[in-house]
Design a protein around this ligand. Structure first.
Ligand code: ATP
Ligand code: MG
Length: 637
């Protein structure tokens, strides 16, 4: 990676140390960069494990993301570009966004929505989604965005958990040219959600839909009676901005509650550091707004900075695998933020198509959601970033509210190491510890923990303080348990190794799934792999691999042998895989993460558990069939 021009490392590690030694003073300076209606009385109230930041302070997210910009030239600057699969576009200046948000907020008020009420948003990637979020925040209501790819069951679960009275949805979503009947799915969910009183339907198409008189209302009609201005409600810093459910990769989704003050301060600060976001930025995060990445990276952080945000509705490779590169060229995107799953998909399509586009506007590339293995990192750097753009591999969680471990080119770019998220952000006291909670030291695997509260941290799990304590604070005393497995190298760099509860214990060794998967995808013919452990009375666990082959390769015993060879070479004989299965698809969450727990239950012949966030049922059927066949073969042998 010598070709990327690194800035000299001056005092980043010192900065980090200073921040950690005076957490409150450090965050106070960052908080002072936002406009507060009333200043806080106390920076941090820490009653472990509950943190309250900037107590006594009053502010409003909608005001900070929009109204504030009306007093400068930002007023007429593009806040939001929107584009769909067909190439239809919309653009909103900060002033236009302000108009839309105010009218939406007025409509919510007319429906009787008040401060503290929960509003569920089940919407596709259309401008009305961020508008609805900002409108909800404007009046002090709490939004819960439910990803529009979710089933009626997942939607009903989330509505019932939040006991929301208002649901905002659309007639249809559009993906791969197909209409997804959101209203119909919502109708199904609404059969089991007694708290919902009003459903507002946004028209995306002219198709006919069911309208339940008295309950269902059309947005374009309601908005006619809406006023042009709603005073932004001054809200306590600790007032919940939103509830968002985690992806459900490891189990039943958790209802994460984020505050207003701490969350906004944290995101404002970190998006400057990580993405060097500025007035000139055209910022494109390809996540769905339905994930935390979408909340922080599409809506709150860039708008707080008065940046220009791009929002795209559609699949990444539809109508052609050129779609994303075409968009980067068209808008002159400067910051591009996506996931390893997406990058791996484009790797499969090859580089030729990318070369046709002018991607020279790009300045910083980001990755989030999963471990990015070095091969994928290098490919991203070379073919998208032209070995010119630093890659920020950002580690964070729904719970952390914002990025926690990542390079920070906006402050000072440390030398990058492909596959490492590098160092914790200033003010973040991250460590890798052993079973007893003691730092493991250089080069040894352990659990990733955060030892001090930070402003973006969750306030708790909605109406479930016990689960909050149990999941995050019971494993280690006084430390936030991330559930991830990591290693720190001799430079203090963090290497994420996957989920701690997916770690394999083989003959006394603990191996991260990501480590083994990384070795498998090093072979030239594997596109993607998932590794799980199968209990073994002698060794503890055996390694089972499910692998997807790149185009042009057929499953064979020779390929299996090569995989075994590569894993032994990369990790050691200890990691010799016991079983290798080739599949077309892997079970993934809707956010693109491999659901290893599901694979494990299939090979163990156990019930698969919560599948509400599964992307494609067919993947499970395939794995089941492949595994049945394997078991049959073993019997016969
Ligand atoms: P659940 O908690 O319900 O199982 P989830 O953990 O997948 O779901 P998210 O909060 O969306 O839900 O994802 C956070 C997790 O994603 C992290 O804990 C980590 O495992 C993984 N992750 C995110 N970013 C990175 C990254 N840059 N490198 C490695 N892993 C990452
Ligand atoms: Mg999680």
């Amino acid at each position: 990676m010598e070709k990327v021009k690194f800035y000299p490392v001056k005092g980043y590690i010192d900065l980090q140390k200073n921040a950690a030694s005076n957490i409150e003073g450090f965050w106070k300076k960052e908080a002072a960069k936002l406009d507060w209606f009333k200043c806080w009385d106390k920076i941090l109230e820490w009653e472990e494990p509950f943190a309250k930041w900037f107590v006594g302070g009053m502010l409003n997210a909608s005001y900070l993301c929009i109204d504030k910009h009306l007093h400068s030239w930002h007023k007429n600057k593009v806040a939001l570009y929107w584009e769909d699969e067909k190439g239809n576009t919309k653009a909103f200046s900060y002033f236009q966004l302000y108009r839309e948000v105010n009218r939406f907020a007025s409509m919510l008020k007319n429906l009787g929505v008040k401060k503290g009420d929960r509003v569920v948003l089940y919407l596709p990637m259309i401008p009305e989604l961020p508008i609805a979020m900002l409108a909800t925040a404007r009046i002090g209501a709490i939004h819960t965005v439910v990803f529009s790819g979710f089933s009626s069951h997942a939607l009903a679960d989330r509505i019932n958990d939040t006991s929301a009275e208002v649901l905002i949805t659309a007639d249809f979503g559009i993906r791969r040219g197909k209409y997804i009947p959101l209203k119909e799915i919502a109708d199904e969910a609404l059969k089991t959600t007694p708290t919902i009183d009003k459903v507002v339907v946004i028209r995306r198409t002219r198709e006919s839909i069911n309208i339940e008189p008295g309950r269902d209302l059309l947005y374009h009609e309601l908005i006619k009676d809406a006023g042009d201005y709603v005073e932004p409600e001054p809200l306590e810093s600790t007032h919940p901005l939103y509830i968002l459910y985690t992806s459900g990769t490891t189990g039943k989704p958790k209802g994460v509650v984020h505050s207003t003050g701490g969350y906004l301060v944290y995101n404002y600060a970190t998006y400057k550091w990580v993405f060097n976001i500025s007035d000139e930025s055209v910022y494109w995060c390809t996540a769905d707004v339905g994930w935390v990445t979408g909340h922080s990276s599409i809506v709150y952080a860039p708008l707080l900075h008065g940046a220009t945000v791009l929002m795209y509705e559609g699949a990444p490779d539809y109508p052609s695998p050129d779609r994303w590169w075409e968009i980067i060229e068209k808008y002159g995107v400067t910051i591009f933020y996506t996931s390893p799953t997406a990058i791996r998909m484009f790797m499969r399509y090859g580089e030729e198509r990318i070369k046709r586009y002018d991607l020279s506007s790009l300045k910083i590339l980001g990755s989030v959601g999963e471990v990015i293995n070095p091969e994928v990192w290098e490919w991203y750097c070379e073919h998208i970033g032209a070995e010119r753009c630093p890659i920020v591999d950002t580690w964070w969680q729904t719970e952390t509210g914002g990025i926690m471990i990542s390079p920070v080119p906006g402050l000072e770019l440390v030398p990058l190491k492909p596959g490492s998220a590098t160092l914790p952000l200033p003010g973040i006291d991250a460590e890798v510890v052993d079973e007893e909670g003691n730092p493991v030291g250089t080069g040894i695997k352990g659990y990733l923990v955060i030892r001090k509260p930070w402003p973006g941290m969750l306030m708790g799990l909605y109406k479930d303080p016990e689960r909050y304590k149990m999941v995050y604070w019971s494993k280690f005393k006084g430390m936030y348990y991330t559930g991830d497995y990591a290693i720190k190298d001799e430079d203090g760099y963090f290497w994420l190794l996957g989920r701690a509860d997916e770690v394999l214990k083989i003959a006394g060794h603990r191996l991260g799934t990501a480590e083994i998967e990384g070795a498998v995808v090093k072979t030239p013919f594997v596109a993607e792999a998932a590794v799980i452990g199968k209990p073994d009375p002698i060794k503890g666990e055996n390694i089972v691999i499910f692998a997807i082959l790149k185009e042009g390769y057929e499953p064979s015993d020779d390929l299996k042998k090569e995989i075994i060879k590569e894993v032994r070479k990369q990790i050691g004989a200890i990691a010799t895989p016991q079983e290798i299965h080739f599949v077309e698809k892997l079970p993934k969450t809707r956010s693109g993460k491999i659901m290893r727990r599901v694979l494990k239950t299939i090979i163990m012949d156990k019930p698969v558990g919560d599948l509400t966030t599964l992307e494609d049922e067919a993947s499970i059927e395939e794995v089941k069939a492949v595994y049945e066949e394997f078991k049959q073969m073993m019997k016969e042998a």
